[in-house]
Design a protein around this ligand. Structure first.
Ligand SMILES: [Fe+2]
Length: 391
C-alpha cells in the first residue's frame, strides 16, 4: 500500500467526515443519502478546469445527478457573489450545495446554502450578539463540503467570511446549521497544490490552532485538539511544502486543518483580527497575511501566553520548553516555507494605519485575543509587520 493510503477514517465529529485518499468517489452516494438530486456545485473559477472538478461532474452525471455549476467566487468572496449564487441555485431548481475548493469556495457555498431560503439580507446574520437567531433554519440548504486545500478548515466550520464591498469590511456570517452535513476530506485532491499555497494555507491552519490554544477561557477539549494539530503541522508541513506529492504529509495536514477549525470554536485572536481588515483593504491572501503577522502578534501577547507556550513547546518537543524557543521556531518555520518577513514585501504600506487599527478592534476575532489591544496597539503591530521592526 502506498504510504499515506492507510490514513483513512469515518468520523462523526464535528459532523459526518469521510476521510482518506480516493474518498471523493463517494460523492454520488452521499448526495443520495441526503436526498439531493439536483446539487449546485460551488467552486472558484480557477478550479473549474481542474481534472478533479471535471471528474466530479462526470461521475455525478453518470449516477443520474445533474450538477449545476457556479464558479463566480472571488478569492475574497463578496456579498454579490452570494447573491448571484442564490439566483443560480433557484433558477436551476437546486436542492443542495456541493462546495469544492479552498476557504473562499467553501465559505461561498455555505453562504449560498444559508441564503437560499432567507428573506433578510446576508449582513443581518453577521456574527454579532444574537443575530444568528434571525436565521430561518428551515431555509438552509444541505451542504457537502470537499476541501482542496489544507488550511481554512471551513468544511467543519459554522461560519463564512464574506466581504461587504460597500464598506470594505470582511464580515463573519454565522449560524450553527451552516456546518456542512457531510465532509469528504480527500487528501489526494490537495496533492497538486503549489508550494507557496501549501505554505500559506498550512500556516493559516497553524494560526487557527495556536490562536485557539492561546484564547482565554476554560475549554480543555479545544486545547487538546489544538496541541495535537500543531504537532501535525510541525511534523508534516515542511514535507508537504517540499514534496507536494507526499500523501502521508498531505493527509496529516488535511487533518490538522480540520482540527484548527474545530479548535477555534474556542476563539481566534489578534492575528485574524488584523488579517481580516488587511485582506479586505489590500485583497491579499488570508493565509499569507496570517503567516506574516504571526510573530509580531506573538511578541505583543508574550506576557499573557508565556506559560501556555511552555506547555506547547514541551508537547512539540522543541529544544526547550519556553516562549523564546517557541518564537524562534515559528520564525524558522516561516523562513523554511519561504514566507516573506514583512507586509512591505507583499506590497502593503502603513497608509491606512488608523483605519486598520479601528477595524481590527471591531473584528469579531479581537475578543479572543489574550490581551485586549486598543486600536492604537493594532496600528502599532501593523506598522511593525510592515517594516519588520524588532524582528
Ligand atoms: Fe484563518
Amino acid at each position: 500500500m502506498a504510504k499515506g493510503k492507510e490514513l483513512m477514517g469515518e468520523w462523526n465529529y464535528p459532523t459526518k467526515v469521510h476521510f482518506g485518499a480516493g474518498r471523493v468517489s463517494l460523492l454520488p452516494d452521499v448526495c443520495k443519502t441526503l436526498n439531493i438530486s439536483r446539487p449546485l456545485l460551488v467552486t472558484d473559477a480557477g478550479l473549474v478546469s481542474q481534472s478533479f472538478t471535471q471528474k466530479i461532474l462526470k461521475n455525478n452525471k453518470a449516477m443520474g445527478l445533474e450538477c449545476c455549476l457556479f464558479s463566480k467566487v472571488k478569492p475574497n468572496p463578496v456579498g454579490e457573489n452570494i447573491d448571484e449564487g442564490v439566483v443560480a441555485y433557484h433558477e436551476a431548481g437546486c436542492d443542495g450545495v456541493i462546495a469544492v475548493g479552498g476557504g473562499s469556495a467553501l465559505d461561498a457555498g455555505k453562504a449560498i446554502a444559508l441564503m437560499s431560503g432567507q428573506d433578510r439580507p446576508i449582513w443581518d446574520f453577521e456574527d454579532v450578539g444574537d443575530n444568528w437567531q434571525r436565521v430561518n433554519p428551515e431555509g438552509i440548504a444541505p451542504v457537502i463540503a470537499i476541501p482542496t486545500t489544507a488550511g481554512t478548515g471551513s468544511e467543519v466550520g459554522r461560519a463564512a467570511v464574506i466581504l461587504d464591498s460597500a464598506c470594505q469590511i470582511k464580515k463573519v456570517i454565522y449560524h450553527p446549521d451552516m456546518l456542512p452535513e457531510v465532509v469528504i476530506a480527500d487528501p489526494a485532491l490537495t496533492l497538486g497544490l503549489p508550494a507557496h499555497l501549501t505554505a500559506a494555507t498550512g500556516l493559516d491552519a497553524f494560526v487557527h490552532l495556536l490562536e485557539a490554544y492561546c484564547a482565554p477561557g476554560f475549554h480543555p477539549m479545544a486545547d487538546g485538539i489544538a496541541l495535537e494539530g500543531m504537532r501535525l503541522v510541525k511534523e508534516n508541513l515542511p514535507t508537504a511544502f517540499e514534496r507536494g506529492e507526499d500523501l502521508s504529509a498531505r493527509s496529516n495536514m488535511l487533518a490538522a486543518s480540520l482540527m484548527g477549525a474545530v479548535a477555534f470554536q474556542k476563539g481566534l485572536g489578534a492575528v485574524h483580527a488584523l488579517a481580516h481588515p488587511l485582506g479586505a483593504r489590500f485583497d491579499a491572501h488570508h493565509g499569507l497575511l496570517n503567516a506574516i503577522l504571526l510573530p509580531y502578534v506573538l511578541r505583543r501577547n508574550r506576557v499573557a501566553i508565556e506559560k501556555k507556550l511552555e506547555h506547547a513547546a514541551l508537547y512539540l518537543a522543541l529544544d526547550e520548553p519556553c516562549f523564546d524557543v517557541f518564537y524562534t521556531w515559528v520564525l524558522s518555520l516561516r523562513k523554511q516555507l519561504q514566507i516573506p518577513a514583512t507586509l512591505q514585501d507583499i506590497g502593503i504600506s502603513t497608509i491606512d494605519r488608523e483605519s486598520i487599527g479601528q477595524m481590527a478592534i471591531q473584528d469579531s476575532c479581537a475578543s479572543g485575543n489574550p490581551v485586549l489591544f486598543s486600536a492604537e496597539d493594532y496600528g502599532a503591530i501593523f506598522e511593525e509587520a510592515v517594516t519588520g521592526k524588532g524582528l
